[in-house]
Ligand binder design. Structure first.
Ligand code: PLP
Length: 463
């Protein structure tokens, strides 16, 4: 990031004409300003939400989740049908998982991916049919695998040779038939607009392509394990088709080679579809992405003279990310004069405990004053939390009206994915509730933590 000579703002940051605007790609479709300027999400005002549930507050727009889930499903169904195959969508539960969300995406026709025993229990508690679940993870314990087999999880995605042994022991002992896929590492790692393709990727997930044939042979030799295909996930926040095409081409070479040993009905190309966090993010419309990826896979299959397998995809953030908005209350503001210009630090009543992504990997977000609009000129701000850590940033770079002040409600957009799941109790700050809004009504779907919750695990306190 570069600073211009007269401002500490990075070059990519656009000074908005109106620092009250709600950029459509970033906010839920339902986000609007009332006549008095107050922000409404799902027909509920920010002020009413803050008064009823307090701040910070994770708000989820149920209609937005359903709209995006249904949109993905429709787009991939149509794209797959055009190439004589099918496409299944698994919601990647790690992006945000609770029983309400599992029910919403199931009602929209999606399957669900889990990657630990804990996530599996949430999906089961939501009443999900285990046959519609995929189970991921590079270190599933024997107990986790046993539970998955016992409840009848649809597909277990195998990630290591040790896992093949662990699972073989379980199916041989119990007489179960378990469908499995093999996760491979295609050497393609996609990040936003570019992708990197290497022969050997240095990361923990999956089998290198060269080692996969031996692993598949072991699976095929094991009575009780049913090999259904290869799995590959190339990264997150991907905007183009190119990385998926390159990865599919590499995995299809292996798929073709493995066809000599038997039928392979499926191919799972993972998730990672990018979303807009700020106005400069410009994700490809989902229909275009679906058409592009499926057409690329079909072309690669045709080139090899093989039929197109049934496809599966695993989006997380593309379903839940933009459906989430976090509400905070501004506590203090502070102008910090820099060599070039001034930055206004706006401190809110949450921070890295409810959104670790900026601190963890420099994620960018967008914010707006939610309780009112203002005609004041935009100023450069950094929204920060209340934690004892200078990296405790909520929104690194944003423009807000210059009269932003204590007591204002601040809304941060696109916080639906990977915020609550990565939350902590750092500095003994309780985790906020998650509230769903829909058609002018709100309800708690995950309650917030109380001080009592925070103290409950301390064995030195007698309660
Ligand atoms: C994280 C993950 C996903 C979802 O990624 P998003 O960026 O949220 O779409 C899908 N599949 C696997 C295997 C993952 O690890």
């Amino acid at each position: 990031m570069h600073s211009t000579a007269s401002s500490p703002a990075p070059e990519w940051l656009v000074v908005p004409d109106d620092a009250n605007d709600l950029v459509p790609s970033v906010w839920p479709v339902s986000a609007r300003r009332a006549d008095d300027g107050e922000l409404f999400i799902g027909g509920v005002s920010a002020g009413d939400l803050a008064r009823e549930y307090g701040t910070p507050l994770q708000v989820l727009d149920e209609a937005e989740v359903r709209r995006r889930a249904a949109g993905l499903r429709g787009a991939f169904d149509a794209a797959a049908a055009a190439h004589g195959t099918t496409a299944r969508i698994y919601y990647a539960g790690k992006a945000l998982l609770n029983t309400s969300i599992v029910r919403w995406v199931r009602e929209e026709g999606l399957n669900v991916d889990v990657c630990t025993g804990g996530e599996l229990e949430v999906a089961l508690a939501a009443g999900a049919d285990a046959a519609n679940l995929g189970f991921h993870g590079n270190n599933k314990s024997a107990a986790e695998l046993e539970r998955a087999v016992e409840v009848g999880v649809g597909t277990i995605i195998i990630d290591s040779t040790i896992e093949i042994q662990r699972l073989a022991e379980i199916v041989v002992r119990t007489g179960a038939q378990q469908r499995v896929m093999l996760r491979v590492n295609s050497g393609v790692h996609a990040e936003t607009h570019d992708f990197l393709a290497t022969a050997h990727e240095d990361q923990k997930f999956g089998f290198p392509l060269t080692e996969a044939p031996a692993a598949v042979a072991r699976i095929r030799e094991t009575p009780g394990l049913v090999f259904t295909g290869l799995h590959c996930h190339i990264g997150s926040q991907i905007f183009g088709v190119a990385g998926f095409r390159e990865s599919a081409a590499r995995v299809l070479d292996l798929h073709q080679q493995l066809l000599a040993g038997g039928d392979i009905p499926q191919l799972n190309l993972g998730g990672g579809f990018g979303i807009a966090y700020t106005r400069v993010d410009d994700p490809v419309p989902i229909t275009e992405l679906a058409d592009g990826i499926v057409a690329a896979v079909a072309e690669e299959c045709a080139r090899r003279g093989i039929s197109v397998p049934a496809l599966a995809f695993e989006p997380g953030r593309a379903i839940i990310g933009n459906a989430g908005v976090t509400l905070y209350e501004v506590g203090t503001t502070k102008d910090v004069a820099l060599g070039v210009g001034t930055r206004c630090y706006v401190s809110v009543d949450g921070g890295m405990s409810d959104n670790a992504r900026p601190a963890l990997y420099g994620a960018q977000y967008s914010a707006r004053i939610a309780s009112r609009t203002s005609a004041a000129d935009p100023v450069l701000v950094r929204v920060v939390g209340k934690h004892c850590e200078s990296g405790d940033i909520v929104v690194d770079h944003e423009h807000l009206p210059g009269d932003v002040a204590p007591g204002d409600l601040l809304a941060v957009a696109a916080t639906g994915a990977y915020c609550a799941p990565l939350s902590s109790n750092y500095n003994h700050v309780p985790r906020p509730p998650i509230v769903a809004v829909r058609d002018g009504a709100s309800r708690v779907i995950v309650r917030g933590e109380s001080m009592r919750d925070l103290l409950a695990r301390d064995a030195g306190i007698t309660q």
